[in-house]
Design a protein around this ligand. Structure first.
Ligand code: SAM
Length: 286
């Protein structure tokens, strides 16, 4: 798909999802975000770039970690996401966090102004993730950290059926490359191609838990990137799409609720996130 079209789909899709995003996703993705922050090992007074920051879940946690002496710049392609993030920062009195609508691949021209650059569950949506990582590398100073988290392989993500259900009802695929970085090696190789060194990749397991079908439907159709396509469906198409998606989740139904996976690593079905941190050697000039 043409990169420009993909960016438009993401931008306006996430604009639609922004108001519902945290209600449906903050609990589910907390383990991935905590791991990312742990790998970033942020310290008091540091400056942090958070690419594809969404509503600022990671940016605001980072702002807490770096304190008033530090600073966080969150960037996102979606204006509505940036607005949500600004509001949340203001409500929590985190003046050290600021937010701008900027695409992940855009040249920030910051010339090593940051100690760490983060991207939590955003690289899968970017047409050229290598370019985005290159920009993150340029944004951090020598010895800084670049940390990204992406979803794992398609066959290990039980909710992956959402894309087929929606794509069958629209003209262009919503997230054509969602799972392209889904293996540890793909993420590692992309990071290394972007010039990052000492790349460390870790996998974590998590499970998406929905109390009932409405929650599962809301998370998939309202709180994510298919929200724009879905907003154009008529009632009949929505009903069909809901039923088809729930059928894909049927193996993970437990009573009224769902526990959606994931890999079969060991007992139970789980979702898998791949996290990577690349730490340039101290003094290494990019
Ligand atoms: C799943 S959300 C993750 C948000 C946040 N990082 C978090 O962990 O909660 C994905 C975000 O990626 C953003 N995004 C998608 N494509 C993008 C692009 N090309 N450049 C910048 N942001 C993008 C979306 O607008 C959305 O806010």
């Amino acid at each position: 798909m043409e990169a420009r079209l993909q960016r438009r789909i993401q931008r306006y899709g996430w604009d639609r999802a922004a108001a519902d995003y945290e209600a449906f996703w903050s609990r589910q993705i907390a383990p991935a975000q905590e791991k990312l922050l742990e790998m970033a090992a942020l310290g008091e007074g540091e400056r942090v770039l958070d690419v594809a920051c969404g509503t600022g879940l990671v940016s605001l946690a980072a702002a807490g970690a770096v304190g008033e002496a530090g600073g966080v710049l969150g960037t996102d392609i979606s204006e509505a996401m940036v607005t949500e993030a600004r509001q949340r920062a203001a409500m929590r009195g985190l003046a050290q966090a600021r937010f701008e609508r900027v695409e992940a691949e855009a040249e920030l021209g910051t010339g090593g102004a940051f100690d760490a650059a983060l991207c939590s569950l955003g690289l899968m949506y970017v047409p050229e993730p290598e370019t985005a990582l290159r920009g993150m590398k340029r944004a951090v100073k020598p010895g800084g950290r670049v940390v990204g988290a992406v979803w794992g392989r398609r066959e290990r993500c039980g909710w992956a059926g959402i894309f087929e259900v929606v794509d069958a009802r629209v003209r262009s695929e919503v997230c054509p490359m969602f799972f392209q970085l889904g293996t540890g090696e793909a993420l590692r190789m992309t990071m290394e191609r972007a010039g990052l060194r000492e790349v460390r990749v870790e996998r974590i397991e998590t499970r998406l838990e929905y109390a009932n079908a409405d929650e599962a439907i809301g998370a998939a159709f309202l709180g994510g990137p298919v929200a724009m396509a879905y907003s154009r469906f008529d009632d009949e198409t929505r009903r069909e799409a809901h039923a088809e998606y729930l059928a894909t989740l049927e193996p993970y139904r437990e009573g009224e609720g769902y526990r959606v996976p994931g890999s079969l690593w060991w007992r139970g079905l789980r979702c898998k996130c791949v996290q990577a941190v690349a730490i340039p050697s101290p003094g290494l000039v990019f």
